[in-house]
Design a binder for this molecule. Structure first.
Ligand SMILES: Nc1ncnc2c1ncn2[C@@H]1O[C@H](COP(=O)(O)OP(=O)(O)O)[C@@H](O)[C@H]1O
Ligand SMILES: [Mg+2]
Length: 262
């Protein structure tokens, strides 16, 4: 089935709540992918996958282990080359669909696993991210302050080496690092893996808040279905490299129905 989604996210309330927020047309599309196929060494993993991520929506992607969720995110972020298909980002097809160009276009990825450098302090990790995003020194402080507003608990451990932090803290750093680039679309790959549900809420609530306050588009790959559905507008279910369901989270309230899809 197609997953191109007629259901639009509700207009972000914060647009009218004023202040710093840019106006964002609710009809805008953050990421549009069509006919994507991809695999490894000739084995096809994604098969003719199409997906639309609207501006200001939280789209939850679930599916069994090995379904192809991470592969899809890597393809969207230009880390893995598809064998077929097209991807447009905020209405543009990038000449070179590579991570640096995606970053510049306003897309950030929080990869699977925490991906933090264990020997660096949180501040050093942030410094490195700002440097690689080409943010001038003069603007770096403001970026960090912004992130600490969203994830204030990072203040408690910003001078510690990442390797000494708990899983939840490392995941917070990983998300914080992605937010430093001021993305308009955020792709997150199982941020809650290995975390207690309560910790997941500490991570996901601030992200959901960004959607409200900044109209950010979020593609959330999750196994922690109950918690993820609570903040999502739309759900996609992937099985063996294809989408087999698209709909509102409420349509999967029935546990039996959800299990059928897994
Ligand atoms: N780097 C890789 N090389 C070869 N096969 C891979 C690689 N990454 C993933 N795969 C395979 O692709 C399939 C989909 O994996 P993945 O996208 O990680 O699924 P998911 O994130 O849904 O668990 C799996 O069969 C996996 O073994
Ligand atoms: Mg995965």
């Amino acid at each position: 089935m197609s997953a191109s989604g007629d259901r639009r996210a509700a207009p972000p309330e914060a647009a009218s709540a004023g202040g710093l927020d840019r106006p964002h047309p609710t009809s805008a599309i953050a990421i549009q992918a069509s006919g994507l196929s991809a695999g490894y060494g000739g084995r096809e993993v994604l098969q003719d996958v199409s997906l639309t991520l609207h501006d200001g929506e939280i789209l939850c992607l679930i599916g069994h282990n090995g379904a192809g969720k991470s592969t899809l995110l890597r393809v969207l972020f230009g880390l893995h080359r598809p064998s077929a298909g097209r991807i447009a980002v905020f209405g543009q097809t990038l000449a070179n669909h590579a991570p640096a160009a995606l970053g510049a276009a306003g897309v950030a990825l929080v990869p699977e696993g925490r991906g933090v450098f264990p020997d660096l302090t949180v501040e050093e990790i942030f410094g490195l991210a700002l440097w690689s995003a080409g943010v001038p020194k003069s603007g770096q402080r403001e970026r960090i302050e912004e992130v600490l507003e969203v994830l204030p608990r990072i203040k408690e451990f910003r001078t510690r080496r990442a390797g000494t932090l708990s899983g939840g803290q490392q995941q917070m750093v990983s998300i914080g690092r992605a937010l430093l680039t001021r993305p308009r679309a955020l792709l997150t790959d199982e941020p809650s893996i290995g975390l207690a549900p309560k910790l997941f809420q500490d991570l996901i609530r601030p992200i959901a808040e960004l959607r409200r306050s900044r109209g950010m588009a979020i593609l959330l790959v999750e196994q922690n279905v109950r918690e993820a559905f609570a903040v999502s507008d739309r759900v996609l279910v992937m099985r063996s490299g294809r989408f087999i369901f698209e709909g509102a989270p409420s349509e999967l309230d029935d546990h039996a129905r959800l299990m059928e899809l897994f």
